[in-house]
Design a protein around this ligand. Structure first.
Ligand code: NAP
Length: 216
């Protein structure tokens, strides 16, 4: 039975929703899943010890450290305690390197999900212009590597991309991915007719409803 442990420190409401959904999905798939809930007062050393302990536990095959950690904690140092073979989010240096060189390893789920979504809708990737807004280690950068591995031409935009260039790169995209975290950033006139748009962003609008990064 696959053993999955989700490590959640603190009480970030969005993280609690994600963790609940992960628990439900993994339980439904027959996993032995447990969420290790740690109070926000847990120190860096205690958190690292917890992750190191799970890494050494033979009954545990996968570990998800829920990010972001509470302010003041060093996520990179925590990830260094995570056994790469159990790093099912693909965030350790070893798995990031495997992604970049195209070796087997765990791939981060959100960008892998973007590629899966394109494949299931039979949207070709090879030879096409893919513009990604956002360069985080969680979404933008790994997605760029995954799209490159599928022979796309990739452009990565970020907060320092001048607005006029951002719009130009978006307008040239066959596949446009918004992974920013800014409600309704991407406007209709930024999108080439016929282009495919993946809206990864999750934001709470002024009315309290969830909206993406794209203004529909
Ligand atoms: P993040 O770490 O905050 O990264 C945001 C990226 O957007 C950064 O690279 C930042 O540039 C860039 N950016 C910020 N403002 C910009 C602007 N005005 N123009 C262009 N680029 C801008 O966020 P993340 O973890 O990648 O997540 C991005 C969004 O996806 C969030 O809304 C998150 O909730 C959502 N998300 C969804 C899923 C899902 O399953 N659907 C999974 C993960 C995340 P700099 O690098 O220059 O700061």
């Amino acid at each position: 039975t696959p053993g999955l442990r989700v490590v959640l420190e603190g009480e970030d409401p969005a993280s609690e929703v994600y963790v609940r959904n992960k628990d439900r999905a993994a339980t439904g798939a027959g996993f032995d899943v447990d969420t290790v809930k740690l109070p926000a007062s847990t120190s860096q050393a205690q958190l690292e010890e917890c992750v190191a302990g799970l890494s050494a536990d033979d009954a545990v095959h996968g570990i998800l450290v829920q990010l972001p950690l509470p302010k003041g904690l060093d996520a990179d140092a925590v990830l260094r305690q995570l056994a790469p073979s159990k790093d099912v989010d693909g965030l350790t240096a070893q798995n990031v390197a495997a992604l970049v060189i195209g070796a087997p390893g765990h791939r981060p789920c959100t960008p892998a999900g973007c590629i899966e979504l394109l494949d299931r809708h039979e949207i070709p990737i090879e030879g096409r212009q893919v513009t990604i807004i956002g360069r985080s280690m969680l979404v933008g950068k790994p997605l760029a590597s995954l799209a490159l591995a599928r022979n796309a031409t990739v452009t990565l935009c970020h907060s320092r991309t001048p607005k006029e260039d951002l719009i130009r790169h978006c307008q040239s995209a066959d596949i446009l991915v918004a992974a920013v975290g800014r409600a309704r950033l991407v406007q209709g006139e930024w999108v080439k007719p016929g282009a495919t748009v993946l809206d990864v962003g999750i934001n709470r609008g002024e009315d309290g409803k969830l909206v993406g990064d794209v203004d529909y």
